[in-house]
Design a protein. Structure first.
Length: 258
């Protein structure tokens, strides 16, 4: 288990030692996902790191939302980027919650670390603006399934922590499986963390060689999305640094028991 990082910039996100619990869209057992209430529930349970997602509103503001439409969460066939901040603020997501802006979330929980998945190209500049405006660059980690979005967002936030995109994760795991350690180390040089599924299409991704290499390089390995307590314990015993989970309450109980 490597020591936690310290200092300014990317170090702020890693200012405590792993293992880490990353609350996936907050703790949404008694709250709608990706809302201020879900984040508050996670923090009340003892979480320090929140995983969330951003899209952009019609008026160019970073909005906390996993989906690009309101269909699943609000039963409306409209895209997030078709509505203004004011209109999204009037959407009832349940329990008195609506779509928060990223700046609102960062302001509401000034001590929390946020793992932010930039979901669309249009969200890149709004995400940069929200993080810069709230002075939160030292307590966020930027990720995206798209490497261009990740790089563009990070470019606008010098020193920010980042994790590998999906394509970069696939390149990394392929290099490790083929024994191309030098290439794998080069890939890891761009990141502070790799966030991976334990398996992808039946192929193991989180393996002892991968965990050994990321530890050598000084990069953290976080696994998503793990909700079974037995799997959480097994993965932490294997040596992963963080678990992204919908059940942050259970994950914290397991860590305390360890």
């Amino acid at each position: 288990m490597r020591p936690g990082r310290s200092g300014s910039g990317a170090g702020g996100y890693f200012n405590s030692p792993p293992p880490r619990v990353l609350a996936h869209r907050g703790l949404a057992l008694e709250a709608p996902e990706n809302t201020l209430l879900a984040f508050a529930k996670a923090i009340a349970a003892g979480v320090t790191h929140i995983e969330t997602d951003v899209h952009e509103s019609a008026d160019g503001v970073a909005i906390v939302s996993h989906d690009d439409t309101l269909t699943r969460v609000a039963g409306r066939n409209v895209s997030v980027n078709q509505l203004t901040v004011a209109e999204l603020g009037r959407v009832d997501l349940g329990s008195g919650q609506n779509f928060p802006t990223l700046a609102e979330a960062l302001d509401a929980f000034p001590d929390a670390r946020f793992n932010i998945d930039v979901k669309s190209a249009g969200a890149v500049q709004p995400t940069i603006d929200a993080i810069a405006a709230t002075g939160a660059v030292n307590r966020v980690l930027i990720t995206s399934f798209n490497s261009v979005r990740r790089k563009e967002t990070a470019k606008g936030l010098p020193g920010v922590a980042t994790s590998a995109s999906f394509s970069e994760m696939l390149q990394l795991t392929a290099a490790i499986r083929l024994g191309l350690r030098r290439r794998a180390r080069r890939l890891l040089a761009d990141f502070d963390a790799v966030q991976l599924p334990e398996r992808w299409k039946g192929v193991p991704v989180v393996t002892p060689p991968l965990l050994q290499l990321v530890e050598e390089v000084g990069v953290e390995a976080h696994v998503w999305t793990v909700n079974d307590p037995a799997d959480m314990l097994r993965l932490w015993n294997l040596g992963v640094d963080g678990i992204v989970t919908d059940r942050a309450d259970l994950a914290l109980e397991i860590l305390r028991a360890r």
